[in-house]
Design a protein around this ligand. Structure first.
Ligand SMILES: Nc1ncnc2c1ncn2[C@@H]1O[C@H](COP(=O)(O)OP(=O)(O)OP(=O)(O)O)[C@@H](O)[C@H]1O
Length: 243
């Protein structure tokens, strides 16, 4: 992607395969720092796989990935997880209170989450502090997703990876989560990489968009590209002719 911004993540000829089957082919390009880039494309295009390469959940077969100008392989795993947070559609939670769930990332590092910080995190995601003592199973889908995002923010990641975080939410919760992510992006200058099936969302929320198909990035640019794509396959995709 041609941009004057510094890259938060840069891919140089990245390939990834499973048991000899290519999943990602020659991925090239950058996600600009402090911006929201959406990843769109049909099911099975390789979007989640690409995201998992960005926080070390998967390792590429060949090519280089740079996170903030440093090769991803040069980071300690804990350092990388702190720098690059990830939230998923399913928002997996442990049984217990919201406080217990928010504390988890630091507990895994042998640290404790001060209550003041927990309250600030809830404030950041638009939840009242009285939620701290609520049991996770009593929350709505939208509230759970907010707690999941707050938990990802515990480490104050500079890069946030989001995989379909609004796809199972009602319209109101969807809008709240969208506003919340934009707020986090602006307040902390967090780089956001957001997989979405919702092209309207990509258009309104994203600064930039990558369109992926069959393991390749086939069109990138400002999110407006979705209104008038150049590539024929992307034209068919935005018309809804490719699922
Ligand atoms: N561990 C694995 N073993 C075998 N195949 C895999 C594995 N992980 C991913 N794949 C395959 O790689 C391709 C890309 O999967 P990926 O989940 O990255 O796509 P996606 O674009 O995120 O799809 P969706 O929008 O449906 O979530 C798919 O064909 C998938 O079946």
């Amino acid at each position: 992607m041609k941009t004057s911004y510094k890259p938060a993540i840069h891919f140089n000829h990245v390939n990834y395969s499973v048991e000899g089957r290519p999943i990602l082919n020659t991925i090239m390009g950058s996600f600009p720092e402090g911006k929201i880039t959406t990843l769109v494309g049909p099911s099975g295009a390789g979007k989640t796989t690409l995201l998992k390469l960005c926080n070390g959940l998967l390792s590429s077969d060949s090519g280089e990935i740079y996170i903030k100008d440093k090769m991803i392989s040069s980071y300690e795993p804990v350092e990388l997880r702190r720098l690059v947070g990830m939230a998923l559609q399913s928002a997996p939670m442990i049984n217990g209170t919201v406080m217990k769930n928010l504390s988890l990332p630091l507990e895994l590092q042998g640290k404790q989450l001060p209550e003041d910080e927990a309250k600030e995190l809830l404030h950041d995601v638009g939840l009242d502090e009285e939620f701290l003592s609520r049991n996770i199973r009593d929350l709505s889908g939208g509230q759970r997703q907010k707690v999941s995002i707050a938990r990802t923010l515990v480490n104050r990641p500079q890069i946030l990876l989001l995989d379909e975080i609004t796809s199972s939410l009602d319209r109101t919760s969807l809008q709240e989560i969208e506003e919340l992510i934009v707020k986090i992006n602006r307040k902390y200058n967090t780089t956001i990489i957001w997989i979405t099936h919702n092209l309207q969302q990509a258009l309104t929320i994203g600064n930039y968009t990558w369109v992926m198909m069959d393991g390749e990035v086939i069109e990138t640019g400002k999110s407006d590209l979705l209104k008038s794509p150049v590539n024929d396959k992307v034209k068919r995709f935005v018309k809804g002719e490719v699922e």
